[in-house]
Design a protein around this ligand. Structure first.
Ligand SMILES: [Zn+2]
Ligand SMILES: [Zn+2]
Length: 593
């Protein structure tokens, strides 16, 4: 299949670069857990009203009440005491967004766990597509490889001699509800990070003798106590988003020197992963990322870019607790996040894209959002499905790896992601051109069908081609309608060659990356507009603007028609139906043929 072409362009960062947070108030100093326990305590007696309510929302700007818990942290009494104490804690005016409250809910449903047979496990994307109808209902699922089929650990990537350094993100666990951008932590080699993480773990275990650090539920309670009540403070460092090209993959070669079928490089180049047509080298998206975690290191709530799926593997070390929300509840999740921290969303509408916010699962449940959890042990995969919000934290030092993939069932979500990016309450840049991806994938499958006639009869390929064709028809229909409307407005029309992927540019108005055509104006020829925003961004008239058609109407129709080859015999009667289809009828021809 088409090899991945890694070009030399500087990789786009998948996520926004995090900057040093401002507005740090004096109470925000980071302190290690042991020192914190000896800090002086100022407990203000709760009011009767506070004590009656399980969750109390009190905002007392500017006050400086600090609450500390009793020694025995795991008894219900002490938690309740902290609840009422914490309810009195305030948030200063610079950060008055989140009021400590607790739900103590960890009794949510488990995400489904799948245990494929050796035969099922052999093809990751075919297997994931088969379990998707069930797994998607939970947003995330766990895959336990069959016995003897666990990927080998790449010991070379963990050599102590490896002096490649990376910078961590400093996370204040007790402030994770506030959505602050993470400051940078220290620089480590992998070996140094491991030593630091293990020392922290030992100190924490010693100073919390009543918490069984091997018990995931006990750690989960301790974690949410900290996040929800801020009864205790912890600052940890997360070695996230490490480029495997610099730091090595955790996947070792098989005995015969080949790649494990679930090796992420292998998953990425899988014929049914449409994302592989993206030629840009995008770390974390088209290239795996490595994650080094420590006790309480957190990945905050987020969805994958372009609502892609992700697959995550825990190579070694301590477990990770995961939370997931199905894609069907994504908007409910966003509404809940907005409702619980409205000020945060006012100040930074795209806060969920910055992956710095934790909303407790109990709060989501209270808002009617479906949320599940699971514990990922080393040797297990977690898969997240399209638009499924997910979050979690580590139970100690560990090494994980993740990559995105987009199979054919993702296409519809990918298109909707662009709509959400460009028309939602906030704008954000697309990471790649969705229409370029669909066109390329279509061309690729047209080629597959042309060269390999038996593939046409393959149920899997047939289903992929059929879905791809429907997606292409939707896009082509919209595009032709928009082109026709632009032509009616009297803009100039020119046919041009599509640019290299490196030269893809966002629409100045909506931040989508148009591919099939763009509109430029004489006044600033470098700025592109998508067809929907042809008349935006300046006051010039239609005469000054040009619709640049990169893929002709005919070629779009030809591609769609060529994909009809992949349809079943009973559908084959419709094989000349494109020109009569409702989509084609709505699409008026434009000036360029
Ligand atoms: Zn636009
Ligand atoms: Zn202009």
């Amino acid at each position: 299949m088409t090899p991945l072409n890694c070009n030399s362009t500087p990789p786009r960062s998948k996520h926004r670069v995090l900057v040093h947070a401002s507005n740090e108030c004096s109470r925000d100093e980071t302190v290690d857990v042991a020192a914190e326990r000896d800090a002086s305590r100022h407990v203000q007696k709760p009011t009767a009203r506070d004590a009656r309510r399980e969750r109390v929302h009190v905002v007392a700007k500017g006050a400086t009440v600090v609450v500390r818990a009793a020694e025995s942290r795991d008894t219900a009494a002490s938690r309740d005491e902290r609840l009422t104490n914490a309810s009195r804690e305030c948030v200063d005016s610079s950060t008055a967004q989140v009021v400590p409250s607790r739900t103590a809910r960890v009794d949510i449903d488990d995400a489904p766990t799948f245990r494929p047979t050796m035969a099922e496990f052999a093809d990751p994307i075919v297997y994931l597509t088969s379990i998707e109808p069930l797994a998607r209902r939970s947003g995330i699922c766990k895959i336990v490889p069959p016995e003897g089929a666990t990927p080998r650990w790449n010991a070379d990537a963990w050599s102590r001699d490896d002096d490649a350094r990376f910078e961590t993100k400093l996370q204040l666990v007790h402030k994770l509800r506030e959505g602050r951008l993470f400051q940078f932590g220290k620089e480590y080699t992998k070996g140094e990070y491991e030593a630091m993480a293990k020392a922290y773990e030992e100190t924490w275990a010693r100073t919390h003798p009543t918490t069984d650090v091997k018990d995931p539920e006990a750690l989960e309670r301790a974690y949410w106590d900290m996040v929800e009540t801020r009864g205790e403070k912890a600052s940890v460092e997360y070695g996230n988003d490490l480029d495997t090209k610099l730091h090595g993959t955790g996947f070792g070669a098989d005995e015969d020197g080949g790649k494990h079928p679930w090796d992420f490089e292998h998953i990425f180049s899988h014929p049914l992963n449409l994302l592989r047509v993206v030629e840009h080298d995008i770390p974390g998206l088209t290239k795996p990322w490595l994650y080094l975690g420590m006790l309480f290191a957190t990945f905050c709530w987020h969805v994958e870019d372009h609502f892609l799926c992700s697959v995550n593997y825990l190579h070694r070390g301590a477990a990770k607790t995961w939370y997931g929300v199905p894609g069907s509840d994504a908007e409910a999740f966003e509404n809940c996040a907005r409702a619980t921290v409205p000020r945060l969303f006012e100040q930074a509408p795209d806060i969920l894209h910055q992956i710095v916010t934790m909303v407790p699962p109990g709060v989501l449940v209270d808002h009617g959002v479906k949320v599940v959890h699971t514990v990922q042990q080393p040797g297990e995969f977690i898969v997240t499905f399209p638009r499924a919000y997910h979050a979690g934290f580590s139970h100690g030092f560990n090494v994980g790896e993740a990559v995105n993939f987009g199979h054919v069932n993702w296409l519809d979500f990918g298109r909707r992601a662009i709509d959400v990016y460009s028309t939602g309450s906030f704008k954000r840049n697309a990471v790649f051109a969705h229409h370029r991806l669909v066109s390329r994938a279509a061309e690729m499958f047209v080629e597959v069908l042309r060269k390999n006639a038996p593939a046409v009869r393959s149920k899997v390929i047939g289903a992929v081609v059929s879905t791809l064709r429907k997606e292409l028809e939707t896009i082509v229909c919209d595009e032709l309608v928009d082109r026709a409307s632009i032509v009616r407005r009297g803009l100039n029309v020119a046919e041009v060659e599509p640019p290299n992927e490196d030269d893809d540019a966002c629409c100045v108005r909506c931040k989508a990356i148009p591919f099939l055509s763009v509109v430029r104006c004489k006044c600033l020829p470098t700025a592109v507009r998508c067809v929907r925003h042809a008349m935006d961004a300046c006051d010039c008239g239609p005469d000054d603007r040009t619709l640049e058609i990169r893929v002709s109407d005919d070629h779009l129709r030809d591609m769609s028609r060529a994909l009809l080859l992949g349809r079943d015999d009973e559908d084959a009667d419709e094989s000349n139906a494109w020109s009569d289809s409702p989509a084609a009828k709505r699409a008026k021809p434009t000036a360029v043929r």
